[in-house]
Design a protein around this ligand. Structure first.
Ligand code: TYM
Length: 330
């Protein structure tokens, strides 16, 4: 049996980027890999790498739990939990810090980008964050880790740390494999299509949130930045805006980019944007309906309690082995 594991940081309302790069892919994998175990968690400790409003953080954690279920993850085949409720993440995170080199952390592009944006008060947790992410993965012996492109570098580091640990202390960890979605691994900002669509974007006109008003979503898509060429053709370099919309359409519909190009040959951007808006809104509308059911359901807490128990059990057993191998403690 294989283990599939992934998580999302509750730093805001998840975006269309999170949906297409991660959530939709979790559901697809769950449908394809019926025999395997799924661990999906809310990475709340990771949210603390940048300042958070405590009240908002609490509500984002709960929203994300409900969203995981609203997108279609099957609760019967899922261990759903909140990272901070399983203390072993912090312990193994520290051990991973003892294995990772400063130079390796300094090379992480996400750290470099964030540091550039936030000149003052960059926390040391932002720097060591990939060590905690490696712990999240290795603690459960995850085989597959579905993530979007921006997390692949962190995943590579988790692989390196698993191999380093195994080499120093003997075989202990599974070396995990990252799984990117076929389409949608990097959705870009609708107003600034060379930049990643991000929950914490300064200008929210370019970012679609899964829980926002459907008319607002339509408007945002219709006013997405494109180009003057007028031709629906995929060219990331020269036509990043239209290429991003095509990627969104492909990821939503399951169509290939080539098929979309022929379908829309001779059509204008207005018509294409209208279709992209409709396909996105239709899917998000369904998610929002289910979200409303889950967020008010007592079953959500029951699932989180069960998830915590199960995750704690697995993590606790794994930590005993790790302590033994590393030789700390009694
Ligand atoms: P986070 O919360 O930044 O993003 C969650 C997931 O969404 C993907 N994603 C995107 N995919 C496509 N286009 C985008 N614009 C876009 N923006 C985000 C991310 O690649 C990710 O898959 N460190 C992680 C959370 C984490 C984790 C883990 C993931 C903590 N521990 C262990 C996997 C395994 C993070 O901050 O993701």
């Amino acid at each position: 049996m294989k283990i599939v594991l992934s998580g999302i940081k509750p730093t805001g309302i998840p975006t269309l980027g999170n949906y297409l790069g991660a959530l939709k892919n979790f559901v697809k994998l769950q449908n394809e890999m019926k025999e395997d175990e799924f661990f999906i968690f809310v990475a709340d400790l990771h949210a603390l790498t940048v300042p958070q409003d405590p009240k908002e953080l609490r509500s984002h954690i709960r929203n994300l739990c409900a969203l995981y279920l609203a997108v279609g993850l099957n609760p019967e085949n899922l261990t759903l939990f909140i990272q901070s409720e399983v203390k072993e993440h912090v312990e193994l995170g520290y051990l991973m810090q003892s294995l990772v080199y400063m130079g390796e952390l300094e090379r992480m592009t996400q750290y470099k980008d964030k540091k550039q944006k936030q000149v003052e008060g960059v926390s040391s947790a932002l720097f060591t964050y990939p060590a905690l992410m490696a712990a999240d993965i290795l603690l459960y012996d995850a085989t597959y880790v579905p993530v979007g492109r921006d997390q692949m570098q962190h995943l590579e580091l988790a692989r390196t740390l698993a191999e380093r640990f195994n080499h120093r202390f003997g075989d202990t960890f599974i070396v995990p494999q990252g799984i990117e979605p076929k389409q949608g691994t990097k959705i870009t900002d609708l107003q600034n299509p060379t930049k990643k669509m991000d929950k914490s974007a300064e200008n929210d006109k370019g970012c679609i949130y899964l829980l926002e008003d459907l008319n607002k979503i339509k408007k945002k898509i219709k006013s997405a930045v494109t180009d003057l060429d007028g031709c629906i053709r995929f060219d990331k370099e020269n036509k990043p805006g239209i290429s991003n919309l095509m990627t969104i359409y492909a990821a939503m519909s399951g169509m290939e980019i080539k098929e979309i190009e022929s379908k829309y040959q001779g059509c204008g951007y207005k018509e294409f944007k209208e279709d992209v808006a409709n396909i996105v809104v239709q899917e998000i509308e369904g998610i929002q309906k289910k979200y409303q059911e889950w967020i008010h359901s007592p079953q959500l807490d029951e699932l989180l309690d069960q998830g915590r128990e199960k995750a704690q059990h697995v993590a606790c057993k794994k930590m005993e082995v790790i302590r033994q191998k590393m030789g700390y403690g009694r």
